[in-house]
Design a binder for this molecule. Structure first.
Ligand SMILES: *Cc1c(COP(=O)(O)O)cnc(C)c1O
Length: 231
């Protein structure tokens, strides 16, 4: 269905909301990166978003990501945020800024292998299924530290934080508990001083709940619908 979306207004609104959430929680506006999730949206819309000053975009499918990257170039900071199949790793290693959705040790091993082959280091986040939803990928809270330890020793990989996709809820307050848990886990893991691991990034919060996520420590929010309209 066609809909008119005023991107400029949406960006202004979302940035304002981010600023306010930062103020409420005593954080600086710079401490939060807005990732504009452009999946299913045409290149023309991304170009319009670039004109609104945005240059960080998130995609969840490799093929779509590569097609858009080819047209729009690599000046844009691309983030892979969706479930990644091992056989597709080779298409994005060395091209994306970060992979948020590392949900198994085997996938990390594949990324490592490809990174070594290309002579690059890949920044990754481990996806944690904090709410233990069956439909979602990711490590459980309990298994995350062990996974971090296994992945941290792989060459060509740098773990820079954790990511979660919270449940779809009407009231964002319901997700606060999950954001708190992910924050606490990242503090706990950071305290273990594991080599090659820094827990500086927390990728959490989407259109429905990014303000709550920021209040709980998100450093990257992934907003799609709130910017580009419904899919
Ligand atoms: C689609 C998607 C988003 C954005 O969702 P909205 O609710 O449209 O903001 C964020 N993160 C992931 C992993 C996604 O797949």
């Amino acid at each position: 269905m066609e809909q008119t979306v005023c991107l400029k207004e949406n960006f202004e609104q979302v940035r304002k909301n981010i600023r306010r959430a930062c103020e409420r929680s005593g954080r600086s506006y710079d401490s939060v990166t807005l990732i504009a999730v452009s999946k299913f949206k045409p290149v023309s819309m991304i170009q319009e978003a670039i004109e609104c000053g945005q240059n960080v975009f998130g995609e969840n499918r490799v093929q779509e990501l590569c097609e858009k990257m080819e047209v729009l170039g690599e000046d844009i900071s691309w983030h892979m945020i969706g479930h990644l199949q091992q056989n597709k790793v080779k298409y994005i290693v060395g091209k994306v800024k970060r992979i948020h959705s590392v949900d198994s040790v085997a996938l990390a091993e594949q990324i490592s292998k490809e990174a070594v082959k290309k002579g690059v280091t890949v920044s990754i986040l481990l996806e944690v299924n904090v709410a233990e939803e069956e439909s979602k990928f990711g490590f459980s809270l309990e298994e995350t530290e062990a996974a971090v330890r296994k992945i941290a020793v792989l060459p060509g990989i740098h773990i820079c934080g954790l990511m979660t996709i919270a449940p779809f809820v009407e009231n964002p307050e319901e997700n606060r508990v999950y954001f708190k848990k992910l924050y606490q886990l990242s503090v706990d893991i950071n305290g273990k001083n594991i080599d090659n691991v820094d827990m500086s990034e927390l990728s959490m919060g989407m259109t429905g709940d990014y303000e709550v996520a920021i209040e709980e420590g998100a450093t990257m929010v992934r907003v799609g619908t709130g910017l580009f309209g419904s899919r």
